[in-house]
Design a protein. Structure first.
Lengths: 207, 75
């Protein structure tokens, strides 16, 4: 079937599609096809192509509608931005959105407080003090000093308390633990099974 | 009374049991086993705060405090 062949002949004849914006372009393109192939009547070319394409799918498509949609998509895509206007938020929607945000904030704060209480119950006085002041504490394992810090990697420190190796290890993110829980799980694993900690963690030498 | 704390997105979820109450012990054991199957790590801590704990591979109904953490991964 020669359905799609006619327009593409026109393209080969030198018509550029980079600035396809208006119906005029299509008419021009079809005209080129007509000249190049000797086929007559541009509308019939387009209709024929559309009908052929549509029958290849499942249904008959109105030629003008197809062309309109296609052109619209090309324009949006080529410009890189869509000129859509978002519907305005109603007062009711705004109130609901703000209530959800407030609830989320309260829940987040509550879980952080819970996690902090749990963590502090596992820390020595000194560790608890540094956590509350600087969100970090040190753990001594077999004479080695590790520093656990909120939202950071665990560091192995040298005798001058300078980081030498950074260990990236954390409970799998699917559980969405608060940072205090992450610190607690790092501490417990380090203290009870340093070997496993070192095996699991990704280590990076600190310059 | 004994306590099982599971680290989760809410901070932690606690399960309390009385070692003399078999129903409560069974409930705690069931929770422990379920999480162990998901590769959670279990620790027991005895004594003052900051004391080092030990890894727990089996549920201990006499433990004062058990804490369970999701499996760790390298970042």
């Amino acid at each position: 079937m020669a359905t799609a062949a006619l327009p593409f002949v026109g393209m080969d004849a030198g018509t550029s599609l980079t600035n396809v914006e208006t119906m005029a372009t299509w008419v021009f393109w079809n005209s080129n096809s007509i000249v190049a192939t000797g086929t007559s009547i541009s509308n019939s070319v387009w209709s024929y192509w559309n009908i052929g394409t549509a029958s290849g799918v499942t249904s008959q498509v109105t030629a003008s509608a197809v062309w309109g949609n296609w052109n619209q998509q090309i324009i949006v895509n080529s410009i890189g931005q869509a000129n859509f206007q978002m519907p305005l938020e109603t007062e009711e929607q705004r109130v609901a959105r703000e209530a959800r945000a407030k609830q989320y904030e309260e829940e987040t704060k509550a879980k952080e407080i819970r996690a902090q209480q749990l963590l502090l119950s596992f820390l020595t006085e000194e560790q608890a003090e540094t956590w509350q002041k600087e969100k970090r504490f040190e753990v001594v394992v077999k004479g080695k000093i590790y520093r656990i810090k909120k939202h950071e990697r665990v560091h192995l420190l040298d005798e001058k308390k300078k980081p030498t190796i950074a260990y990236c290890i954390h409970p799998s993110s699917e559980h969405g633990l608060p940072a205090e829980d992450v610190a607690l799980s790092q501490k417990l694993l380090l203290e009870t099974d340093e070997e496993a900690f070192l095996r699991i963690a990704n280590a990076t030498r600190v310059a | 009374m004994s306590e099982l704390s599971v680290l989760d997105a809410t901070g932690d979820t606690k399960l309390i049991w009385d070692r003399r109450n078999q129903v409560e012990v069974d409930a705690a054991r069931e929770m422990f086993d379920k999480l162990k199957k998901k590769a959670y790590l279990a620790y027991t801590v005895i004594g003052e705060r900051g004391d080092k704990g030990t890894v727990l591979n089996r549920f201990d109904p006499d433990a004062e405090r058990i804490i369970m953490a999701p499996p760790s991964i390298g970042g």
